[in-house]
Design a binder for this molecule. Structure first.
Ligand code: BES
Ligand code: MN
Ligand code: ZN
Length: 500
């Protein structure tokens, strides 16, 4: 889709040639004498445009306005969350008339955060999945114009939002694909294509290399599937080489049957979404290639299927992880942590400034936080607050969860160093405690996105979350002094150089 930013006052918007015009009206928007403002004032006076975000008033060929369809929509208090509700409601309503060109203007001032939220919400509401439909009906909206009072002042925010949308949509595409169109090899091909972007490199390891690295936990999960595993390593270099990178680790289970600890049949199809963590990493790299921020980022994606087969792991099997720790696999459905623990161990070699894993890890997290906020676990306070702030800024929110040592109690095993499950209680936290054992060498955060990565029911589909959160975090880091911290090795090298 073509996104455009344009200088368009509310008076100029009346003359804008477009199939449909959406006017966002915040409660504090002032009044002036042009045709649109007059309409808004009249509608408000008559009580036809209540001051609640998302309330709509549809007009057809109103006098003095070039667009045949005009949607006045209340943006409530004008804050980003309200702008999001307003844009979502208005774009959903406007879609009914199949407009090719849609313009969205703001009655009143807009800041960067509101513009970003409008762009992301408009893209979200107009997204259509087509890949496996025989008669694809793609997005009818070809052009989306955003009208603001001063387009030059908003250019940076707009470009960042457009790049976020490209990343979110790549994540949605791979999340939505059924597992037979999204195997570990196909996911690796998608990552390989990202290497065409400036400063992005991609390397893909297969079963032999993974065995050689000693990733026995990851290989153990993969051994029950006919599809070969892939370990994807993406690199984005936007800062000098000696600057310590942020490592993103995305869970890439392209289908989770549960293995021998088989899942129930109902809604098992949704386990095609079990690679949404991986998809979010791909989405972030897509956007990094566009925005080109001054930061170094590594993306690691362990990807395989969790299948039931003659060679599959059995409950009670013990695997040896790359870290050397042995793991008793008491439940083969707790496979995410098994593939992640080896990827987290692999992350050490980058001497990272921070490692963040993103995973559809536990049903328990869905129970705890629902589809609103991701679960955030962190061993580092600064990293935790930065991620929380990034979540608020991008409206892709998370909520901090505890990591008390007491929660690790249930992971004890009589036959290995650790078991891969504890009891049912606190399941999202015990899963995080398992992962934490593999993260002692760096500041670490874990995002459990099981509740937010996709929607069920009629609106079934990937959300592209938490691409927005991760990008906000990385861009914040790129523009702060924080980002200038070099890796320990580089710091040492510099010290010795200056001593000479
Ligand atoms: N991919 C699932 C988690 C999941 C389940 C996400 C339902 C969203 C909806 C994960 O691999 C899993 O099966 N976890 C188990 C862990 C349990 C066996 C300790 C779970 O949450 O039931
Ligand atoms: Mn599972
Ligand atoms: Zn899973």
């Amino acid at each position: 889709m073509d996104f455009q930013l344009k200088t368009l006052s509310i008076a100029q918007a009346a003359a804008e040639k477009t199939d449909a015009l959406i006017v966002l009206v915040a409660s504090q928007a002032g009044t002036s004498k042009d045709a649109l403002s007059a309409l808004i004032a009249e509608a408000r006076k008559a009580g036809d445009l209540p001051d609640k975000a998302g309330k709509l008033l549809s007009l057809y060929r109103p006098p003095g306005i070039a667009a045949p369809r005009v949607l006045l929509v209340s943006a409530g208090d004008g804050k980003p969350t309200s702008v999001r509700s307003a844009v979502t409601a208005a774009v959903n309503a406007a879609k009914a008339a199949n407009p090719k060109r849609l313009a969205i203007v703001f009655a009143g001032a807009v800041d960067a955060a509101c513009l970003r939220s409008a762009v992301v919400a408009a893209a979200d509401a107009s997204y259509v999945y087509t890949t496996t439909k025989s008669k694809a009906e793609p997005r009818t909206i070809r052009q989306l114009v955003f009208g603001v009072a001063d387009s030059a002042a908003q250019r940076g925010a707009f470009d960042q939002a457009a790049a976020t949308v490209a990343g979110v949509e790549l994540a949605k595409e791979w999340g939505n694909r059924p597992a037979n169109y999204c195997t570990p090899s196909l996911l690796a091909d998608a990552a390989g294509k990202l290497a065409a972007l400036p400063r992005v490199k991609c390397e893909v390891l297969g079963p032999k290399e993974v065995a050689k690295l000693g990733m026995g936990a990851f290989a153990g999960v993969a051994q029950g599937s006919a599809e070969p595993l892939r370990f994807i390593v993406l690199r984005y270099q936007g800062a000098p080489k000696d600057q310590a990178p942020v490592v993103l680790v995305g869970k890439g289970i392209t289908f989770d049957t549960g293995g021998v600890s088989l899942k129930p049949a109902a809604e098992m199809d949704e386990m095609k979404f079990d690679m949404c963590g991986a998809a979010s990493v791909l989405g972030v790299f897509r956007a990094l290639g566009d925005i080109q921020p001054a930061i170094n980022v590594i993306g690691l994606i362990p990807s395989c299927e969790n299948m039931n087969d003659g060679r599959a792991l059995k409950p009670g099997d013990v695997v040896t992880s790359m870290s050397g720790q042995t793991i008793e696999v008491l439940n083969t459905d707790a496979e995410g942590r098994l593939i992640l623990c080896d990827a987290l161990n692999y992350a050490k070699r980058f001497e990272p400034a921070a490692v963040i894993d993103i995973a559809t890890l536990t049903g328990a997290c869905v129970i705890a936080l629902g589809g609103v906020r991701s679960g955030l676990f962190a061993t580092d306070e600064a990293l935790a607050s930065a991620l929380q702030a990034a979540g608020e800024e991008s409206l892709d929110r998370c909520w901090r969860m505890p990591l008390d040592e007491d929660y690790a109690e249930g992971l004890k095993s009589n036959f290995a160093d650790v078991a891969n499950i504890a009891g049912r209680a606190g399941g999202a936290i015990t899963a995080a405690k398992f992962l934490q054992r593999f993260t002692t060498d760096f500041p670490w955060a874990h995002l459990d996105i099981a509740g937010v990565a996709w929607k069920s029911g009629q609106a079934k589909g990937s959300t592209g979350r938490p691409v927005g959160l991760l990008l906000a975090y990385l861009l914040g880091r790129a523009s702060s002094d924080n980002a200038k911290t070099a890796s320990p090795k580089a710091r040492k090298a510099r010290k010795t150089a200056s001593a000479k």
